[in-house]
Ligand binder design. Structure first.
Ligand SMILES: O=C(O)CCC(=O)C(=O)O
Ligand SMILES: [Mn+2]
Length: 196
């Protein structure tokens, strides 16, 4: 048994569930996984529709899975699963007890890359999406904002952290990654989803 592997921690949050595994047990060392994903992924700078205008997303992305998916007006054709991503998916499924058929990879090249506040509430994710988010590389602050009360939570996500978002969280909260002001190295984030 790995003495440093820790069990999950349920974070106290209203109107949703957040479960965090710090230093999640991966099938290979996190630095090796980071280097392989950074080098082997066909990263794309996608454009996104914001209030009717096309902009380049301030990060690179790649989409893998069994099914198509629409994200803010952008139809992505998924790449087929790689053996590496299947191995990571298996470890995430074993820890969470959930099944996932797709994964979105986000590559934040430095502190200038970001993700706007949003909810992962597309109809094909079902009424209470369960999304497992694995972070690699630089620590970035994951920001959550309650839609009604405006309550804001900041959760630093470090290398090897796995965060499960579940329950009615996507109905009641938005989340995102803000730009940072101090210099930061690259970060990868993998969000495993089940598309119905
Ligand atoms: O990078 C992150 O931690 C968040 C990613 C995210 O929210 C998404 O892919 O929908
Ligand atoms: Mn999201």
């Amino acid at each position: 048994m790995d003495l440093f592997a820790s069990g999950p921690e349920r974070l106290p949050v209203q109107d949703g569930e957040l479960i965090l595994w710090r230093a999640f047990a991966l099938p290979l060392p996190s630095a090796e996984l980071f280097a392989r994903l950074q080098a082997e992924t066909p990263w794309r700078a996608e454009s996104i529709l914001v209030f009717g205008r096309r902009h380049l997303q301030p990060r690179l992305t790649a989409w893998y899975g069994d099914a198509g998916y629409t994200y803010s007006g952008l139809a992505l054709a998924p790449q087929p699963w790689t053996p590496l991503l299947q191995a990571v998916r298996a470890s995430v499924e074993a820890a969470t007890g959930l099944a996932f058929n797709s994964v979105l990879l986000n590559y934040y090249r430095d502190q200038r890359d970001s993700m706007g506040m949003h909810s992962d509430d597309e109809p094909e994710l079902g009424p209470m999406p369960q999304i497992a988010s694995l972070s690699l590389g630089a620590t970035r602050s994951f920001v959550l904002r309650h839609k009604r009360s405006g309550q804001t939570l900041r959760l630093p996500l470090a290398d090897g952290d796995l965060l499960l978002m579940a329950g009615p969280l996507q109905q009641h909260w938005q989340h995102g990654i803000h730009k940072a002001t101090r210099a930061l190295g690259p970060r990868l984030n993998l969000t495993f989803r089940l598309i119905r």
